[in-house]
Ligand binder design. Structure first.
Ligand code: GLC
Length: 557
């Protein structure tokens, strides 16, 4: 995010008159839930506020978010520097934070569709809906390359293919940092998590990525090179270790590789309380020293924001963190704020909130669902056309918007039920079925007499981050039972999978005539029916290897 000469001069002038207290404050980002009083924002000159999964303001509505942003900025402007705050959140598949926003397919589905222009448009829409609430920093895109689908964050990744991740992450950055006709981006993108989060042993979230530098460069670095080339303004560090060294404490990775070799000029932000892994609990000041000296610029601290401020001041006064490092961090933060127009005298108009979740945005989401679908097996079932006259849909995943949205949906972990507006898979099929075709539904695997096709929908329940780490890639027990029961049907069965990653489907492969992966489609489940009743078969391609047994199945067929 380039600055004009006058803007750069403005930033330098501000830095020259800043006190150590003000510099330390700008380097801290905290969660409003942990503020002892909102007045701490101005008292400590905090640089930013973030609302992460689970931190939504009550009631969780668009207006509550607008009010929260206004309140936080009000306190930001009362600080001695009166510099507006960065207001960050995870809008990772649309502005997924509140009721009424449109939720796009999670990245794994976008990777299956592999359409950079569509990914850019989705990110642009998300920025519009985010900026309408007053927030200006999206902790997206996830630029991870997934190695092992047992990782609970597989669905946040586009692919296991480094080239596809690079292309789509760059497209997402361009979309997030779109300028709204003002010549300036209004929302800061954040490529994450640097680096190797998708390559940990066993797919353990926040685990250890044991690979050589050459492999790290070849497999996990290109998406960041692409994101930087696309102008990404911030990069978030990863919780994982690389060969036993935490990314958050690695000067080799942050300063030598990311800043000096790749030439990244934006700001490097920590993950949530991630620096606490760097030192024992009672030596938080050491964690601060290690991370900032390694090249971290902004600390995402929840309950320890005041300790963080005190620690930075102490480390500055003792010279444990050179003033040049502090000034570099503060310059990167203020340069980023200037590039977003936050230092301009005239505060730009917010986009109107009435377009949040509007029909046009939902149409784009529906298109993304259509393109995300991957056909894993098809014994002359798809396209349905008008072949079948009485279709019975079964399975709780067929009629539950929460289940089809997955994690990072309204809440951090997501949840089943009517969590927001949109169309379920069953509603879409009911709406799209050609005249003369009868549709029935049951949660259990039963059918009405005369049914000539069963559409069964199964999957895995919502989760986020380490809560989703899997040992065996198995379905939940009740879903295994549901899948096994499909064998009893002596009529054709189309199985649709709602899942954030490949799951072992081997034992039930022979129970069904067709299988389609729909990943985590988001609020516009109707996109699935669009494809089912079209004349085409799904065009999505596997973004990551499905278990080899499927391959075995094909061979044995
Ligand atoms: C989480 C995630 C990160 C997210 C951050 C703020 O722990 O690792 O992806 O952006 O916290 O919510």
């Amino acid at each position: 995010m380039e600055l004009s000469a006058s803007q750069l001069a403005q930033v330098k002038a501000i830095i020259n008159r800043m006190t150590p207290e003000e510099k330390a404050g700008q380097m801290i980002l905290t969660d409003p839930r942990f503020l002892e009083t909102p007045g701490d924002i101005s008292r400590f000159n905090l640089g930013g506020i973030f609302v992460n999964g689970g931190g939504a303001p009550p009631p969780n509505t668009i207006d509550s978010w607008i009010l929260l942003a206004e309140k936080m900025q009000h306190h930001g402007r009362k600080s001695s520097l009166a510099i507006p705050l960065l207001l960050g959140t995870d809008a990772v598949h649309g502005n997924n934070n509140f009721h009424g926003a449109v939720l796009f397919p999670h990245n794994i589905g976008l990777g299956a569709g592999n359409n950079p222009l569509l990914v850019e448009e989705i990110s642009r829409i998300t920025s519009l809906e985010l900026a309408a609430t007053g927030f200006n920093w999206n902790f997206a895109p996830c630029a991870a390359v997934v190695d092992d689908p047992r990782w609970g964050r597989t669905y946040e990744c586009y692919s296991s293919d480094t080239g596809i991740v690079s292309q789509l992450a760059a497209a997402a950055v361009r979309g997030v940092q779109t300028n709204f006709g003002t010549g300036k981006a209004r929302v800061l993108a954040c490529a994450k998590h640097f680096i190797g989060d998708g390559g940990t042993a066993g797919g353990v979230d926040r685990g250890n990525t044991n690979i050589g530098l050459a492999e790290l460069r070849a497999r996990f670095l290109p998406p960041y090179e692409a994101a930087i080339a696309a102008g990404v303004g911030s990069i978030m560090l990863s919780y994982n270790q690389w060969n036993g060294t935490y990314c958050h404490g690695s000067r080799t990775l942050i300063t030598d590789l990311l800043k000096n070799e790749l030439g990244f000029k934006g700001l490097v932000v920590s993950d949530w309380d991630a620096i606490e892994y760097l030192a024992p609990k009672d030596q938080y000041i050491d964690a601060i020293s290690i991370s900032i000296n390694a090249g971290l610029d902004m600390i995402m601290a929840s309950r320890k924001y005041k300790t963080c401020h005190e620690g930075l001041l102490e480390l500055m006064s003792k010279g444990d963190i050179p003033l040049s490092r502090i000034n570099d961090a503060v310059e990167r933060i203020l340069t980023t704020k200037a590039a977003l127009g936050l230092l301009d005298a005239q505060r730009p108009e917010l986009p109107s909130k009435i377009m949040i979740g509007c029909k046009e945005h939902r149409q784009i989401a529906r298109k993304a669902v259509q393109e995300s679908l991957v056909l894993l097996k098809n014994d002359s079932i798809l396209p349905l056309g008008s072949k079948f006259k009485q279709i019975h849909i079964c399975g709780e995943f067929a009629d539950d918007i929460g289940l089809q949205c997955g994690g990072w949906s309204i809440s951090w972990q997501g949840s089943k039920g009517k969590i927001t507006e949109g169309t379920t898979i069953m509603e879409g099929i009911r709406d799209q079925a050609p005249m003369g075709i009868e549709i029935s539904y049951s949660k259990e695997a039963t059918v009405a007499d005369g049914t000539d096709l069963v559409i069964a929908v199964a999957g895995e329940y919502p989760y986020a981050e380490f809560h989703g780490d899997s040992q065996d890639l198995g379905f939940p027990q009740d879903q295994e039972a549901f899948l096994s029961s499909l064998i009893k049907f002596d009529i054709p069965v189309l199985l649709i999978l709602i899942t954030g990653r490949p799951l072992i489907i081997t034992p039930n492969l022979n129970n069904v005539e067709a299988i389609m992966a729909a990943w985590l489609p988001g609020t516009e489940g109707a996109g699935i029916a669009d494809v089912l009743f079209s004349q085409d078969i799904p065009t999505g391609r596997l973004p990551t290897n499905w278990p080899s047994v499927l391959e075995d199945y094909k061979n044995s067929k």
